[in-house]
Unconditional design. Structure first.
Length: 188
């Protein structure tokens, strides 16, 4: 099996020792190196352990014939764009279980028509993690409210719509909220 462990590790900026230390249970840098180079067979168990240590899905560590790599051509910093010190690839984003999407048809706030937002669905006990973030809230009759969560009471959420001149709205006991976590925007 051809793996992408080294590519993903380098893209995350981690050393062999850091990955080995984050494995559960911890292992050695030499073992991770052998798994990367193929001198030791990579089992599903090892893929899962290393994926967790790297913060990716196990499938991201396997080179599949129908999935193209996304090589890093340059790194943009304060001094401009420079070539990377070593070749690396970017791990494509994968949605978490329960994630939602919001398609922007007409621009509002910082969002433009054609943008796609990825949202993480939060249960009521986690609503506090969404303060000062853009959120989607379900409303009765299949409607939704999208805006910035600016306040939270025990049974109500205070949301400021992103459209100019919008007034704060108070929503009582929504069953969930979707917190915007990723913006996908075409520049073409």
């Amino acid at each position: 099996m051809i793996t992408r462990i080294r590519d993903v590790r380098r893209a995350k900026g981690m050393t062999l020792a850091e990955v080995a230390e984050r494995c559960e249970p911890p292992t050695t840098a030499q073992t991770i190196g052998r798994l990367e180079t193929g001198t030791r067979t990579v089992s599903v168990g090892w893929l899962n352990r290393i994926a967790k240590a790297l913060g990716v899905e196990a499938a991201d560590l396997v080179r599949l014939p129908d999935v193209a790599d996304l090589p890093v051509a340059a790194i943009l910093g304060a001094g401009g764009a420079v070539a990377p010190r070593q070749s690396s690839v970017v791990t494509p984003p994968r949605p978490e279980a329960g994630a939602l999407a919001l398609i922007v048809e007409a621009g509002q706030g910082d969002y433009r028509a054609g943008d796609i937002l990825w949202l993480d669905r939060l249960a009521p006990d986690a609503f506090g993690h969404a303060l000062n973030r853009d959120v989607l809230l379900p409303r009765p009759a299949g409607r939704f409210l999208f805006g910035r969560l600016i306040g939270r009471d025990p049974d109500r959420l205070h949301v400021l719509p992103l459209a100019g001149g919008g007034r704060q709205q108070v929503i009582a006991d929504p069953p969930w909220i979707g917190v915007a976590t990723r913006l996908v925007r075409s520049l073409g």
